[in-house]
Design a binder for this molecule. Structure first.
Ligand SMILES: [Zn+2]
Length: 122
């Protein structure tokens, strides 16, 4: 089972940033801390929808938050307001120390129904 397949299940089939349920083939590989700025490792890898991936580009979490807040301020589109509210919530959690791969187990297959039973220790 590929790493991103596991990440997909670990993320409950939804975009890491906005939380929108997305098909695996529509997901894009994303590095929370930009690879170009040294971000490495499993705890840095997430899957996101193409909207969030494009928006984040190679920004840091702080920069992405500023950009997302700007966009939120300047839109009246309900869908975008909801999306950006979710993105900012995720970014705030990250800035507050959210563990991206909490309960990650490299050998687990991540059956969705067992998502809360995954062993904490690797
Ligand atoms: Zn998204």
């Amino acid at each position: 089972m590929g790493t991103y397949n596991k990440i997909y299940k670990h993320q409950n089939k939804s975009c890491f940033y906005c939380g929108e349920t997305t098909n695996l083939e529509d997901m894009e590989k994303e590095h929370v801390f930009p690879r170009s700025k040294g971000g490495r490792g499993i705890k840095n890898k997430v899957l996101s929808c193409s909207y969030c991936n494009r928006l984040k580009d190679n920004l840091t979490i702080e920069e992405f938050k500023i950009k997302s807040e700007e966009l939120l301020k300047n839109t009246t589109d309900k869908e975008l307001i909801s999306k950006h509210t979710n993105i900012i919530e995720t970014l705030n959690k990250l800035l507050g120390g959210l563990e991206i791969r909490k309960n990650w187990h490299k050998k687990a297959t991540y059956k969705i129904e067992n998502i809360n039973k995954i062993p904490v220790k690797i």
